[in-house]
Design a protein around this ligand. Structure first.
Ligand code: PLP
Length: 408
């Protein structure tokens, strides 16, 4: 019989634990560099102006109701999501080689993809999912839940605080043929380090040679550089090269719709005479998985995003909002680096501006991170990752001085 008393205590989620510790801290100078959510220059959450507009439009729509969405979600949203991630003129869309389902944000998309692969990707033979070392920790938990064995590929070089490209490539080469390679499409979390376009081409070459299956996780398109095409380049390149692949797409960061859980899962098959039939069979199976997991996705966030994505004027306004967020973060990177260099803080700090997106892997040790928390009330994860969005013109000087003290 079930003995609930035998259930062991699970560890607290480190990130959510950190948030709770920050809230308890009463120091007026406290700085939150933990959670990956955008903050404005006053450290406040920012509702994108374009989201406010779409929200109003939605609320004033006399036809609005609260019926269920279809199993695959809002069709206007999923088709606009395809165009966003693949590019409007993608041959994969024209040739109907894509099937897409609306999901519970990026997490739900990763999960749906993992579940699908668990059931249909070489179910009776060895298969392993490879993650970058380090990666978004939830990748491990999600793939573990569906029973897919896991390994990591080298990614971050402690020496250069950039990409360990040789380690990455060697690992792809030595992995068993047909492994699942989980890839951050841009603005790698937690390191902020992305391959260059030349490096992406080599990565694609090895993935092809080894018949690996690429699984893209894109949680920061447009948020990283402010340019949707630039942040989408790697995925579009792989699709152009004819790969069969899948994509987990999140709208949390680029629309600031964190709590609305708007996301999309895409499966793209390679060009072939059979492609449409493959896609329709895959779609039928995904629908069954979705039905058993969530029945149908939540409507609100997808409706907001859909209004923006399907209106040229609002879309342009969204792009401007993206530039506001990415621009502020890029500016903070410059200021932080300059302050550390001016102070002669021991170490090199070029990686702060070389890295991109929400996060920077500072290279601070766990000991230094704890010292920063105790002495200066600065909260960041133990691996030395800071959320750049937590810095602003009011606290960047304080933070730079705190780092200077912690590393001397
Ligand atoms: N994947 C990566 C790499 C992320 O950084 C995140 C968010 O932090 C996600 C997926 C999914 O986030 P959400 O479920 O909020 O869309």
């Amino acid at each position: 019989s079930f003995d609930a008393n035998a259930v062991p205590q699970a560890p607290e989620d480190p990130l959510f634990g950190l948030m709770a510790a920050f809230r308890r801290d009463t120091d007026p100078n406290k700085v939150d560099l933990g959670i990956g959510a955008y903050r404005d220059d006053n450290a406040k959450p920012w509702v994108l102006p374009v989201v406010k507009k779409a929200d109003e439009k939605l609320r004033n729509d006399p036809n609005l109701n609260h019926e269920y969405l279809p199993i695959a979600g809002l069709a206007d949203f999923t088709s606009a999501s395809q165009k966003l991630v693949l590019g409007g003129d993608s041959p994969a869309i024209k040739e109907k080689r894509v099937t897409s389902l609306q999901t519970i944000s990026g997490t739900g998309a990763v999960h749906l993809g993992a579940l699908f692969l668990a059931k249909f990707y070489k179910p009776n033979s060895n298969r392993t999912a490879y993650f970058s070392d380090p990666t978004w920790p939830n990748h491990f938990q999600i793939f573990n839940n569906v029973g897919i064995p896991q390994k990591t590929y080298p990614y971050f070089s402690k020496q250069t605080k950039g990409l360990d490209f040789d380690g990455y490539i060697k690992s792809l080469e030595s992995a068993d043929e047909g492994s699942i390679i989980v890839i951050h499409a841009c603005a790698h979390n937690p390191t902020g380090v992305d391959p260059t376009q030349e490096q992406w081409k080599k990565i694609a070459e090895v993935i092809r040679a080894k018949k690996h299956f690429p699984f893209f996780d894109t949680a920061y398109q447009g948020f990283a550089s402010g340019d949707l095409a630039r942040d989408g380049w790697a995925i579009r390149y792989f699709v152009e090269q004819g790969f069969e692949l899948c994509i987990a797409q999140s709208y949390a960061k680029n629309f600031g719709l964190y709590g609305e859980r708007a996301g999309c899962f895409h499966f793209i098959t390679s060009p072939s005479t059979d492609a449409q039939s493959v896609v329709s069979r895959v779609a039928s199976q995904l629908a069954i998985l979705q039905r058993s997991e969530i029945s149908n996705p939540p409507a609100y966030g997808a409706r907001i995003a859909s209004i923006v994505l399907n209106d040229a004027e609002l879309f342009a306004e969204w792009e401007a909002n993206l530039r506001t967020m990415s621009g502020r973060i890029i500016e903070m990177r410059k200021v932080l680096r300059a302050k550390l260099e001016e102070a002669g803080t021991p170490g090199t700090w070029n990686h702060i501006t070389d890295q991109i997106g929400m996060f920077s892997f500072t290279g601070l040790t766990e000991q230094q991170v704890l010292k920063l928390r105790e002495d200066s009330h600065v909260y960041m994860t133990k691996n030395g990752r800071i959320s750049m969005a937590g810095l602003n013109t009011h606290n960047v000087d304080y933070f730079a001085k705190a780092v200077d003290q912690a590393v001397r």
